[in-house]
Design a protein around this ligand. Structure first.
Ligand code: G3I
Length: 361
C-alpha cells in the first residue's frame, strides 16, 4: 500500500516550543500554551492514530500564498479540485494535458503532502467532444479504457488513491443515467476498476459519492454493488464518502455503523470531500452546532479502524464551491475567510487527539 508520507513536523515544533518556553519563563504560560496548540496540526494529530487529514485545492488557489502556505503545513494530503477531471486531462480526443494536475502534484511533493486522484470517470465536467459525440458501445469502451489507462499511468507513483468512478448512483439506489450507463450498461464500473488496476497495480481504487454517509437506499446500493464486485474478483480497495453535509439536514443517520459495514467488506473508507454548510449569516449558535457536527463526523471515522483519512473540500471559507451553487449558504469550512480557526477546528482537533491517546494507551 502506498500510504501518505509520515512527517515529523510535530517533533520539530514541540522542540521549538519548549525552547521558547524556557526563554520566555513562567509568565508566558498562556502564550506558550497557544504556541503549543498551533504547533500541532490536524494532520499531525491524525497521523498519531495512523490516518491522514487532507484538504482539496484548486489550481488558482496556489497563487494565494498565505492559503497555499497553510495548506502545505497543516495537511498531510491534498486532492485536486478540478484539474484531474476528464475535461481538464483529455480536452480533445486522445490529446492529454496534465499541466494542472502536475502543478498540484509538484506543490504537494514539495511540501510532503500525498495526493488523492480525483476523478477518472464522472458524468460532470466531461469534455464537449465526448458529450456531443454519438458513440457505439465499442467506441465508448475504447475511449474510456484509453482515458483511464493514460491518466492512471501518468500519475502512477504520484497519487496514492483514485476516485475511479464518481457519483454513479441516484438517490433511490438506481444507476445514474450517464453517458456511460446508457451506452455500456452497469458493467462499465467493473471495467473501469480493472483498467485502473492494470495501469497501476498499487494505487488504491475507490468508488466515491455524496449522500452515502447515512444508511439508506443510496448507500445500500453501493454496499450491494461492492459486495458483488468483490465476489467477482474485481479490484476495489475503498469507498469514498464525500460528506457534503449541511446544518439544516442534521447529522447523517447511523454514520459510524454505515462506515463500519463498508469496512467489514474488507475496504478502506475515506471521508473525501467533507464540508458542513449553513444558511447565512453565521451566528455563534450555528458555528457551535457546526463545530459539534464536525466533531461527531470525525469521531465516526475514527471509531472505525479502516476509516483511513479525512479530506475537507478546501479548508477555508475564503475558497469554497458552495456559495455559487447554493445561494445564501456557505461558511462550511473549519477556517474562516481570514484563515482563522472557527470553533469547528477545535472539535476536529479534540476528536483526533482523543483517538491518538486511545491508540497510545
Ligand atoms: O474553468 C472555468 C473558467 O474558464 C471560467 O472562467 C469560470 C467561470 O465560471 O468557470 C471555470 O470553471 C469552473 C470550474 O469549477 C473550475 O473552476 C466551473 O464553472 C465550476 O462549475 C467548477 O466547479 C467545480 C465543481 O466540482 C463542478 O461540478 C468545483 O470547483 C469543484 O470543487 C467541484 O467539486 C465536486 C467534486 O468534484 C465531486 N463532488 C462534489 C464537489 C462539489 O461540487
Amino acid at each position: 500500500m502506498r500510504t501518505p508520507p509520515r512527517r515529523t513536523r510535530a517533533g520539530a515544533y514541540a522542540l521549538a516550543a519548549t525552547l521558547l518556553l524556557g526563554l520566555a519563563g513562567a509568565p508566558g504560560a498562556d502564550a506558550a500554551t497557544d504556541r503549543r496548540h498551533r504547533a500541532t496540526t490536524l494532520d499531525d494529530l491524525a497521523q498519531k492514530s495512523g490516518r491522514y487529514f487532507g484538504s482539496a485545492v484548486d489550481n488558482p488557489e496556489l497563487a494565494d500564498t498565505p492559503y497555499a502556505d497553510l495548506l502545505g503545513t497543516e495537511f498531510g494530503s491534498t486532492t485536486p479540485g478540478n484539474t484531474m477531471k476528464w475535461e481538464a486531462t483529455e480536452p480533445q480526443r486522445g490529446v492529454f494535458n496534465y499541466a494542472g494536475g502536475d502543478e498540484i502534484v509538484n506543490y504537494a511533493q514539495s511540501k510532503g503532502l500525498s495526493v488523492r486522484g480525483h476523478t477518472l470517470l464522472w458524468h460532470n465536467q466531461l469534455p464537449g467532444w465526448l458529450t456531443s459525440g454519438t458513440w457505439t458501445a465499442d467506441e465508448l469502451r475504447s475511449i474510456l479504457k484509453n482515458h483511464i489507462t493514460n491518466v492512471v499511468t501518468h500519475y502512477k507513483g504520484k497519487v496514492f488513491a483514485w476516485d475511479v468512478a464518481n457519483e454513479i448512483m441516484n438517490e433511490d439506489g438506481t444507476y445514474r443515467d450517464s453517458i456511460f450507463y446508457k451506452t455500456l450498461g452497469p458493467g462499465y464500473v467493473a471495467d473501469a476498476l480493472r483498467w485502473a488496476r492494470a495501469a497501476d497495480p498499487k494505487v488504491k481504487l475507490y468508488l466515491n459519492d455524496y449522500n452515502v454517509e447515512a444508511t439508506g437506499a443510496k448507500s445500500d446500493a453501493y454496499y450491494t454493488l461492492i459486495k458483488r464486485l468483490k465476489a467477482d474478483g474485481v479490484p476495489i480497495d475503498g469507498f469514498g464518502m464525500q460528506a457534503h453535509l449541511a446544518l439544516q439536514y442534521g447529522f447523517p443517520n447511523q454514520m459510524q455503523q454505515n462506515i463500519q459495514r463498508f469496512a467489514d467488506l474488507g475496504l478502506d473508507v475515506a471521508l473525501t470531500e467533507l464540508d458542513i454548510r449553513m444558511i447565512l449569516p453565521t451566528d455563534p449558535a450555528k458555528l457551535a452546532q457546526q463545530a459539534d457536527m464536525y466533531g461527531r463526523v470525525t469521531d465516526a471515522c475514527l471509531a472505525v479502524r479502516r476509516c483511513v483519512g479525512i479530506t475537507v473540500w478546501g479548508y477555508s471559507d475564503r475558497h469554497s464551491w458552495i456559495p455559487p451553487v447554493f445561494p445564501g449558504e456557505g461558511a462550511a469550512l473549519p477556517w474562516d475567510e481570514n484563515l482563522q480557526h472557527k470553533p469547528a477546528y477545535d472539535t476536529i482537533a479534540a476528536s483526533l487527539a482523543a483517538a491518538a491517546r486511545k491508540k497510545k494507551g
